[in-house]
Design a protein around this ligand. Sequence first.
Ligand SMILES: *Cc1c(COP(=O)(O)O)cnc(C)c1O
Length: 457
Amino acid sequence: MKTIIEPFKIKSVEPLRFTTRKEREAILTKAGFNLFNIHADDVLIDLLTDSGTSAMSAKQWGGMIEGDEAYAGSKSFYRLEKTVKDLTGFRHIIPTHQGRAAEKILFNIMGGEGKVVPNNTHFDTTRANVEISGSEALDLPVPEGLDPCIKRDFKGNMDLDALESFIRKEGPKRIPLVMLTVTNNSNAGQPVSMENIRQTSDLCRTHGIPFFLDACRFAENAFFIKIREPGYRQTSIRKIAQEMFSYADGCTMSGKKDGLVNMGGFLAVNDDKLAQKARNILVVTEGFPTYGGLAGHDLEAFAQGLDEVLQEDYLKYRIRSVVYLGEKLNKLGVPIFQPPGGHAIYLDAKAFLPHVPAREYPGQAMTCEIYLVGGIRACEIGSVMFGKTDPESGDFKPARLEMVRLAIPRRVYTQSHIDYVVECIGEVFQRRESLKGVRIVYEPPVLRHFTAIFEPL
Ligand SMILES: *Cc1c(COP(=O)(O)O)cnc(C)c1O
């Protein structure tokens, strides 16, 4: 087999800025050892997130000029609406400025005190929006999904037995909706099988519970279904995606992922009453229903991105480039979450730094060292993000997994950039025994990973 190459050539370039280790030491100290606080200019390879960091195509940029900036009834909105309706089959498409705005509206209406929302694994903003509404966010991933070493095809799946017994125990009244995140971002970007989507949907329908997809990476998930699930080899990605959506009553979407845009999102639902309530909130908090907090040119680029993301050449290259990084790290013995997910490689921080306990945030310590060695920005997905410290008792509850995510922006970096990343991580791995943990000196009440300040131990 020949090398799977980037299915595009580069038309416009953005220079990178190199720094010395000494400069990076000063930058990191000033940033409170939190990579979110660093100026992007001081980063060489930015793998903090794949969100909103995609390179747009010439067609998308062309669409930016074509974007219709009408306040009401923008042509670009109708293009996006048609694109999303064709793809998802949902009746109501409500644009929002990004995914969390769709979540906020949805849980504002459906959440509330005393309710519980099950999900294969909540993403951080989804969890925050569920919790801020007064509801409990319950993660029910399949058990093998929590073991970084087991290689399975669909480790992002929902634990259906656990979901069923939870519904039987609590009764459907307390469960306003069930959500499935595809791919399962907080669980190493692992895909969810069509069978699991269908069965989760069946279970919800049996109990009269609405079923929603958190569809941020629906196209990457559809590609995994195509190559891993029996019966889908000959099916187009669009058809697979359409089938995925057909089992749900609605979805939230961040266009910053598989929309291939820098800003955008939507809430899509079938229920007329729910749509009306959502639009009422939208007008107050986001904007008129035909732009929802987005410029006309954003709507245009988003519609175009949703077409491009379904192209098989693109997805083949996309998934391959993530696997490539995983394979190279594997060869060096670096422990990663297996198998590689759709949008990122997750380093297993527990196995990487076994001598650093969870309460000393091994993942955070690793992100700092990776930055110092190579100017590379990675993201802790462990106890900083999902752990909790009781403000009164000081009791510490760790996350289930300690990981460092190397998220790959779409269509941005080339193979030599990735080779450089491998070299730097390899260097950190060789010196792992000398690495120490960190402690938190400041944390905000919610989503602490974004703004917390740390100190090396
Ligand atoms: C990014 C993301 C969100 C939130 O979307 P934003 O556009 O960042 O607000 C929700 N769920 C998942 C799975 C995500 O990856």
